[in-house]
Design a protein around this ligand. Structure first.
Ligand code: GLU
Length: 513
């Protein structure tokens, strides 16, 4: 017998920007599908029109494209199982809900919002902890199980609003095997008679989700832990619709936690925790509130993906650096843990740093050049590449390399603290002497400058600490940065000699004042 082709779906609701936990869900779906040679499908679950947010679907597609997760099917790429937006599949769901009613697994319920509220109040007064419409309470409500057949027909024909609810058995164990969690057993008395079909003619998440997974021949449902409580309903639906043999396998992913482990990382965290929770920048179309994204913060997509892959999964080795292809080759659901995964900002930085350092100098130069231009600096690519070579070891993000402004402009200010400490009476003479021999050096390589500098120190009985910090201040103005010998080599002879000369003219005045 030939194995069924693996088909997984990422099924977000377009109710806002995609959270990084959502990106991780999409990533694990992608990795699983691709590791099995299967299909990765995007399905937009937009049955709840009240929660629909303009631009959210486009955002989801753009974010996952940025991450390099390519869909085989979806509203934006088509496919044989479309449409891929539930709002466009609207007419497909009613027949399944009606079928369930006919077979005795669901029923019409006519209760008004007031009657539902009364029921809840009544149960609360009777000290019921979680008031629910369920196997016990349904007998006290207005539905096709309590009303006469004639009355039901009359109500339906007169167009009275109704919903269709699933009839959850009173005492039964509902068992689900989860790839990550093993057997999950829920007693049906804990499960309420969920609405499957709403008065507005739209299915709810539960019905649409199961019907679509079935019709789209989904083999594995990989989703966040928050959907685990819904799974018993889904299992009952597969049973009641006679689709048990096609039921997908389930895998519920662990939660993404805040760095302190205190609670789940949520969309509402926005930028409050000092890092983005969204892949891309997002402006809420209604409130105008802005939230930042990893892309705009300067993260590289492969670094973001690599970092996310480890929030809940590990390869079982000490290896931490994986390209998307390497992740695909290594990923298994069996190595996804049950425990919540804490987000770690330092680790995120570490990954970005690594990906930055592994880029060639010319690639970095082409990324830095637009930022330089924006700050009014014009420099040729080859020169910028030399700067990147020196700056990349100290940078986590591309803009960090802009810190070396002294590569492009002479210093405007000189670090006063350092001067106060190091500038002595004989300093100008020491520097003059070095400037003189530097001016006769032709090959301005770092090695040559370094050798010259050291022999000058030796010949004049000077220590590194007497001259090096001063030289740095004259050339760069600041005390931090890459080796000043390397900086001198990059800015070149003419510029270096000019800066030393100007510094020597300006600094004595500064230090006296
Ligand atoms: N529409 C659900 C969501 O927004 C999908 C859950 C599932 O994958 O079944 O996450």
């Amino acid at each position: 017998m030939s194995e069924k082709k693996t088909r997984v779906r990422f099924a977000p609701s377009p109710t806002g920007p995609l959270h990084m936990g959502g990106v991780r869900t999409a990533l694990y779906n992608y990795l699983f599908a691709k590791s099995k040679g299967g299909d990765f499908i995007l399905r937009i679950e937009d049955t709840d029109q009240k929660r629909y947010v303009k631009g959210a679907e486009e955002y989801i597609v753009e974010a996952l494209e940025w991450c390099g997760l390519k869909f085989d099917e979806g509203p934006h790429v088509g496919g044989n199982y479309g449409p891929y937006r539930q709002s466009e599949r609207k007419t497909m769901y009613r027949e399944y809900a009606e079928q369930l009613v006919k077979d005795g697994f669901a029923y019409y319920a006519f209760d008004t919002p007031e009657e539902l509220e009364d029921m809840r109040e009544r149960l609360k007064a009777a000290k019921v902890a979680v008031p629910q419409y369920n196997a016990v309470t349904r007998s006290t409500m207005k539905n096709s199980l309590t009303l006469s057949e004639d009355e039901v027909t009359r109500r339906l024909e007169s167009g009275e609003p109704y919903v269709i609810r699933i009839k959850v058995p009173r005492k039964e164990e509902i068992r689900v095997q989860d790839i990550i969690r093993g057997w999950v057993v829920v007693h049906s008395s804990k499960v309420d008679d969920k609405v499957l079909f709403k008065a507005d003619g739209m299915p709810t998440y539960h019905l649409a989700n199961v019907v679509d997974d079935y019709l789209m021949e989904i083999t594995h449902v990989i989703r966040g832990e928050e959907w685990l409580p819904s799974t018993p309903i889904h299992v009952l639906l597969y049973q009641y619709l006679g689709w048990e043999d096609s039921m997908p396998q389930f895998a519920h992913l662990p939660l993404l936690l805040r760095p302190d482990g205190n609670g789940k990382l949520s969309k509402r965290d926005g930028d409050r925790l000092g890092f983005p929770v969204f892949p891309l920048d997002w402006t809420d179309p209604q409130s105008g509130e802005q939230s930042s994204g990893y892309r705009e913060r300067g993260y590289f997509a492969p670094a973001f993906i690599n970092m996310l892959s480890f929030l809940g999964w590990n390869p079982g080795t000490t290896e931490e650096l994986f390209s998307l292809q390497e992740l695909t080759d290594t990923f298994t659901l069996e190595r996804v843990g049950k425990a919540g995964a804490k987000f770690d900002l330092e680790k995120a930085h570490w990954y970005n740093q690594h990906y930055l350092r592994s880029k060639s100098n010319s690639e970095l130069a082409s990324l830095l050049t637009p930022l330089l231009k924006a700050s009014g600096v014009e420099a040729d690519l080859e020169y910028v590449a030399q700067v990147c070579h020196l700056m990349k070891e100290r940078a986590t993000f591309i803009p960090d390399m802009l810190e070396g402004t002294y590569f492009f402009n002479p210093p405007e200010n000189y670090d006063q603290k350092m001067l106060a400490k190091k500038w002595k009476e004989n300093t100008p003479a020491m520097i003059e002497g070095f400037r003189d021999i530097l001016s006769s050096l032709d090959d301005f390589s770092s090695e040559n400058i370094d050798a010259l500098f050291k022999s000058y120190l030796q010949d004049n009985d000077l220590s590194m600490g007497q001259l090096m910090p001063i030289l740095r201040i004259l050339i760069a103005g600041v005390t931090s940065g890459p080796s000043i010998i390397d900086v001198i080599s990059v800015i070149g002879k003419e510029e270096a000699l000019k800066r030393i000369k100007i510094g020597l003219e300006k600094i004595p005045a500064l230090t006296i004042a």
